[in-house]
Ligand binder design. Structure first.
Ligand SMILES: NC(=O)c1ccc[n+]([C@@H]2O[C@H](COP(=O)([O-])OP(=O)(O)OC[C@H]3O[C@@H](n4cnc5c(N)ncnc54)[C@H](OP(=O)(O)O)[C@@H]3O)[C@@H](O)[C@H]2O)c1
Length: 307
């Protein structure tokens, strides 16, 4: 496939970041946010989802320390620990920086923490849970208002020197914050919410900055958390179905193809836990959506004609 011209980082570590043009999101694999609820059935379902994604050419797996309070990383780690030879065939992204309420002591508040000590500590915990020696892409989850870029860079440099992290990225960062941090440390991804239902990055400079700075945009909730899936209705959905029928694919494949059409090289993070939907989604990467259909979908999503 042709890579968008700005994409100089086609490989992350030993692995091609964009071979499948999609990534697999691990936020929902535990089937719960409460690690105590992960029973054998949920464990088997998580393993099946991860194996299915691996077998169907997803190379980039997106985690965060807070997903199921660490259980998502641990579930993946169980597979990697059992078959270490699979480790260098995938790109593992994970995140730190969010401290959920009550997790760091009784009554501890919900905070964001980009202090060097928290970043270094969190990275070690993620490595343990994932049963790996290195993380390919370590992302800061949501901007910490108290971020000191020099301190972040210090922590990142240390992690890189120690071989614990290969590349760094951010998530939910607006362009000004990316620019600030980029002065101190190179960033390879910005993971943002973008879909037909959430189009801010088209307008707020995020995607333009990605092209300018050779940063790969990752799209979280590419199906708006399922709101563009089965059961949905309305003008946008009807149009998506019509275009899907013409291409012989599903509605959600078209919603993903709409993202893939953008020249910034958006990589949608597939969030379904159902094997058949993980497999079906790979069809999106082969769809050539016309400019006309892209704009028809955009107009239907906005709900107003183009100016
Ligand atoms: N950086 C951040 O702040 C952030 C925030 C949120 C998410 N993320 C990342 O982005 C990934 C994807 O996010 P997401 O899970 O919200 O993605 P999504 O694809 O927008 O939503 C997934 C949800 O949609 C449902 N779904 C999928 N296909 C469907 C269909 N055809 N009909 C009806 N429902 C359907 C899934 O249910 P089934 O499982 O039943 O198919 C699942 O509940 C996450 O795993 C995580 O890695 C990052």
């Amino acid at each position: 496939m042709a890579y968008p011209p700005h994409m100089t980082t086609q490989r992350i570590g030993e692995t091609d970041l964009t071979s499948s043009r999609l990534s697999y999101g691990c936020m929902r694999i535990a089937g719960t946010w409460n690690p105590a609820e992960v029973d054998d059935e949920k464990r088997a379902a998580a393993h099946l989802a991860l194996e299915t994604a691996f077998e169907h050419s997803y190379t980039l797996f997106d985690h965060a320390d807070i997903y199921a309070r660490g259980a998502s990383e641990s579930l993946h780690g169980e597979l990697l620990g059992a078959e270490p030879s699979k480790r260098d065939k995938i790109v593992i992204a994970t995140k730190c920086g969010i401290k959920p309420p009550g997790q760091y002591g009784e009554n501890s508040p919900h905070t964001y923490d980009f202090s060097a000590s928290h970043i270094l500590w969190s990275c070690d915990r993620s490595l343990e849970r994932l049963q790996t020696d290195y993380i390919d892409i370590y992302q800061l989850h949501r901007p910490d208002y108290l971020m000191n870029p020099e301190e972040v860079a210090e922590a990142f440099t240390r992690l890189k020197e120690q071989g614990k992290v290969r590349h760094f990225g951010v998530s939910n960062f607006l362009p000004d914050k990316v620019s600030l941090l980029q002065k101190y440390v190179p960033l390879c991804v910005n993971q943002v919410e973008i879909s037909l239902s959430h189009r801010d990055p088209l307008e707020d400079g995020t995607l333009n900055q990605c092209m300018q700075e050779s940063i790969t945009p990752l799209s979280w909730s590419p199906l708006a958390g399922g709101a563009l899936g089965e059961g949905a209705e309305g003008e946008l959905i009807a149009l998506t179905d019509q275009i899907a029928e013409a291409h012989g694919v599903t509605r959600t494949d078209i919603a993903l193809a709409w993202l893939l059409k953008h020249p910034s090289g958006i990589i949608p993070i597939i969030g379904t836990t159902k094997p058949e939907r993980i497999i079906q989604s790979t069809k999106a990467a082969k769809i050539e959506l016309s400019r006309e259909d892209w704009y028809r979908l955009f107009t239907a999503a906005v709900g107003e004609p183009m100016p």
